[in-house]
Design a binder for this molecule. Structure first.
Ligand code: ATP
Ligand code: MG
Length: 377
């Protein structure tokens, strides 16, 4: 069979305009047959692989990529499960290409038996959409230091606070303000240290968590407190299964995201500031578990979106690193903690941001079979 781009032997099955759309897509799309040989490619795939459609036609994928590469596991899984499967952050090396941080998505194709469509997306393409993946390591750099700091700072701090309190009672009115200032600042450091302590490496206790109840709780906290001036919109999928996670930590994650969204809206004086909380079920998103060679399914999607001014250009790259902040009073620990908790859950966080629309997307695991879901009272 002579394969032109997107003629699958049964070209009539594809509308001509659909083929044109595929040709114009900036992401690489390739169709493999049952023996993992190229059957068709779009121009972006030709460019990605460094070979023309004619050169690729009928060529086994194993001639380009080592046969033990995880991409073959992904392809097999697509055939076996008939689901769409995605892997993030793959390294792909071949005779004419060497790409890192590639997102690979595989899907079955009805037209050809056992054919698989591969979509390969370069990190730079992904970045042009202002997407970022936060990696597990993002918060690691502080975890050891945090534990020591917390331990060494807390004791002298409580001494300072106690002394200030004594002074408050005994000094004259003029100096009382200073004593109060010392006490308040000591409290602020204490709160900071408490937050840093959470970076410690402790295994998390997991249970079946109803994520809608977590979202509701966070929304209520926000609306009665820091986000009173913001409108909330909720778009929940009521059939969503429970998340396999730690409820308190998930509250913390969502509270941080909602707080950031509120601050972005309020600081920029956005009229009609709105935060959208969304949930949904998503097939086929999974992430490789480091070291084990296994992959975990992450079917639960939770989205926090705001209509604020967007994330500042200069901090986007390091957004999830600790101490990265654009706000004078910010500690820059919020998103580092979010990344750490999501990583501990084996989950994934992505962000997409432009003026008027910033979206944090959490991909979380669902409860394993055999564990009782939470009551739905
Ligand atoms: N929804 C958002 N819209 C615009 N910018 C955001 C948003 N969320 C986060 N950011 C940017 O990311 C920075 C880092 O956020 P992070 O939560 O880590 O720290 P912070 O909010 O500055 O301080 P902290 O959370 O420790 O009080 C923020 O200072 C802000 O510039
Ligand atoms: Mg924050």
């Amino acid at each position: 069979m002579k394969a032109k781009p997107f003629s699958l032997g049964r070209a009539s099955a594809l509308q001509p305009d659909a083929a044109a759309v595929l040709s114009g897509l900036p992401v690489a799309v390739a169709v493999l047959d049952a023996e993992n040989r190229f059957r068709s490619v779009n121009p972006a795939a030709e460019q990605f692989l460094g070979l023309s459609a004619v050169q690729l036609d009928g060529k086994p994928l194993a001639e380009l990529i080592a046969a033990d590469h995880p991409i073959f596991l992904l392809i097999e899984q697509v055939r076996r499960t008939e689901l769409s499967v995605a892997d993030y952050d793959m390294d792909l090396e071949g005779p004419r290409f060497s790409k890192h941080g590639i997102t690979v998505q595989g899907t079955r194709l009805a037209e050809l038996p056992d054919a698989v469509v591969l979509v390969l997306q370069d990190a730079s393409t992904a970045r042009s959409l202002d997407r970022q993946l936060s990696f597990r390591g993002a918060a690691r750099s502080v975890s050891g230091m945090a534990a020591i700091l917390a331990h060494e700072v807390k004791n002298p701090l409580s001494g300072i606070r106690g002394a200030a309190q004594l002074l408050e009672a005994s000094v004259g009115a003029a100096d009382r303000d200073l004593a109060v200032l010392i006490r308040d600042e000591a409290d602020r450091i204490r709160a900071l240290v408490d937050r840093m302590e959470m970076f410690g490496e402790k295994p998390i206790a997991r249970e079946a968590v109803n994520i809608h109840r977590v979202l509701e709780h966070v929304r209520r906290l926000a609306q009665t407190g820091f986000a009173a001036a913001v409108r909330f919109q909720e778009l929940y999928d009521p059939s969503l299964p429970a998340v396999w996670g730690n409820r308190d930590q998930l509250v913390q994650v969502l509270l941080n995201l909602v707080k950031n969204a509120t601050e972005a809206i309020v600081d920029a004086n956005v009229e009609a500031g709105e935060i959208t909380l969304m949930s949904g079920y998503q097939h086929g998103v999974r992430v490789a578990l480091p070291g084990s060679g296994r992959a975990q399914q992450l079917p639960i999607l939770v989205v926090v979106r705001d209509n604020g001014p967007g994330i500042r250009e200069d901090i986007r790259r390091d957004l999830f690193e600790p101490f990265v902040t654009s706000r004078a009073s910010g500690s820059g620990l919020g998103l580092a903690l979010v990344a750490k908790i999501v990583g501990d859950h084996g989950g994934l966080i992505e962000v997409e941001s432009r003026p008027g629309r910033t979206e944090f997307r959490l991909h979380l695991p669902m409860i394993p079979e055999g564990i009782r879901p939470p009551d739905n009272e």
